[in-house]
Design a protein around this ligand. Sequence first.
Ligand code: MN
Ligand code: MN
Length: 291
Amino acid sequence: MNTEKIIKAGQIAKQVKEYARTFIKKDMPLIEIAEKIENKIIELGGKPAFPTNLSINEIAAHYTPSHDDETKAHGLLKIDLGVHINGWIADTAFSMDLENNDENKKLIQTAEKALENAIKIIKEEISANEIGKTIQKTIESDNFLPIINLSGHSIEQYELHSGITIPNIDDNKNQVLKKGLYAIEPFVTTGNGKVYEGKPSGIYSLKNIKPIRSQTAREILNFIEKEYQTLPFCSRWLVKKFGTKSLFALKQLEQADILHQYPQLVEISKRKVAQAEETILLEKDKIITTN
Ligand code: MN
Ligand code: MN
């Protein structure tokens, strides 16, 4: 663990989050929001650890604007952003109500409260299940439901989701947390509390490197290997670098099973979802790196 880089990535994420809160307004194009966030990360000396997720209402996660996206910010918007320095990651998210809607505000407050309660109890040797129990209790006492098939996770260098899961419910498993880096991310909904896999997101990650015939695809694969390694990236970034020919190359790389494309994650009853997330370093002390 490179504590120094973990802390630096966290501080950048925190600053970008504060910046994002100041400029995000209803009807701003999502593509403009994503680019402002990602440019700020670079300006502050980091790199995006994954494409900025800007998921609206019932889309819980994995929406990032495509290069020609015309969607405008509205509703209950979740902003999930990541920073890395040499693969040491900060992963953080917050939600905004762009409608001055009481239910949105309550969902957001509950997500933040659940996160806060989870952060209070996380420590070395606690069972991940205990954290899930606290998140679930907090959310249910506000008469909402947690999303049961989305969860927090351990983080390692260049590995956004490494082995350990931090559930948003009591999952009856007994996974004990050791020293390390963790993201806690409660999702709160007025719906049934589960997500399904929706449309393709345009967010990809490298799965296994194999030979590919197309020269363009090869060129793009080389770039992905070098620039993103095992971290997620998106079609928008590649269109910026290589133009729209990269879209066909991405399709070929996905068909060859070299790339994995993530689906959008949508609440099954199509009800609204709020999210809050921080990254926590458990070492001698507990450090919330992103706050
Ligand atoms: Mn996240
Ligand atoms: Mn996360």
